[in-house]
Design a protein around this ligand. Structure first.
Ligand code: NAP
Length: 249
């Protein structure tokens, strides 16, 4: 796999914790300029920022709710003014919630769609103002296996994540002629705060249903994103890669 020839700029949404944080660390180690987005986890984001700054890495952070367009535009403007451009966008920010479909309120439905799907729309449209001018760029969207096969008690989450897959495929077709690749990662079950509500028993059942007999790590997803962001993936667009230990084949 080739190393990057010059420092590229990556904007990662939801990088204060979990998968986004692992991506920020890996991209930073690999020489990228990393722009970290967070929303509520101020302390975690600043801790990560300080840790990477101490290593002499070009890093910046910005608080923005991806579901709010004005905040997203301000974030992207800040990224471009700090780093000169934005070459890679990773739409990672997300929320999940387990509830019987009949109990999901209209407000909960809207919140799920606004963060997990409209956030992807907001961030992609905002960076495209710059990427289209550059005639170069990569957008990597984080969906989920539940967006591929659906999960009981997560209809709103599954619908939003399935939307991310459709979004990826359609936008890839539209942006191909502009030399912009749009791809999707649909992780299986990954050990982060997001699965804290699962009991030990439920996690064991999920492990047993996984041919590789283990849950994934944030670093597994970060490695996949690093590949998709690299020049080695220049001929890949509109695809869904699912690091899931064989949970969905
Ligand atoms: P996590 O540990 O709960 O972290 C979620 C991240 O998203 C946090 O950094 C959070 O930032 C950020 N976020 C949430 N709402 C936001 C908003 N409105 N604006 C900006 N940032 C926001 O979850 P994770 O497991 O790392 O999940 C990352 C992505 O992977 C999500 O899209 C998730 O759906 C997907 N995924 C996860 C799994 C899994 O098993 N863990 C499986 C498949 C897909 P703050 O804390 O700063 O608000």
């Amino acid at each position: 796999m080739s190393e990057i020839s010059e420092s590229k700029t990556v904007l990662i949404t939801g990088a204060s914790r979990g998968i986004g944080k692992a991506m920020a660390v890996l991209f930073a180690i690999k020489g990228y300029k990393v722009f970290i987005n967070y929303n509520h986890s101020e302390n975690e984001a600043h801790e990560l920022y300080n840790r990477l700054m101490e290593k002499g890495i070009s890093i910046a952070l910005f608080k923005a709710d991806v579901s709010k367009r004005e905040q997203v535009d301000a974030m992207v403007e800040n990224c471009v003014s700090r780093f000169g451009k934005v070459e890679i966008l990773i739409n990672n920010a997300g929320i999940s919630h387990q509830k019987m479909f009949t109990d999901i309120s209209g407000q909960e439905w809207d919140e799920m769609i606004n963060v997990n799907l409209k956030g992807v729309f907001n961030c992609s449209q905002s960076v495209l103002e710059y990427m289209l001018r550059q005639k170069k760029g990569k957008i990597i969207n984080i969906s989920s296996v539940w967006g591929m096969v659906g999960a009981a008690c997560e209809v709103h989450y599954s619908a939003a994540k399935a939307g991310v897959i459709g979004f990826t495929k359609a936008l890839a077709k539209e942006l191909g002629p502009s030399n912009i690749q749009v791809n999707c990662i649909a992780p299986g079950i990954i050990k982060t705060d997001m699965i804290n509500s699962f009991s030990e028993e439920e996690l064991n059942e999920l492990k047993e249903a996984t041919p590789l007999m283990k849950l994934g790590k944030s670093e597994d997803i970060a490695a996949c994103a690093l590949f998709l962001a690299s020049e080695n993936a220049d001929f890949i667009t509109g695809q869904v890669i699912s690091p899931n230990g064989g949970f969905v084949i």
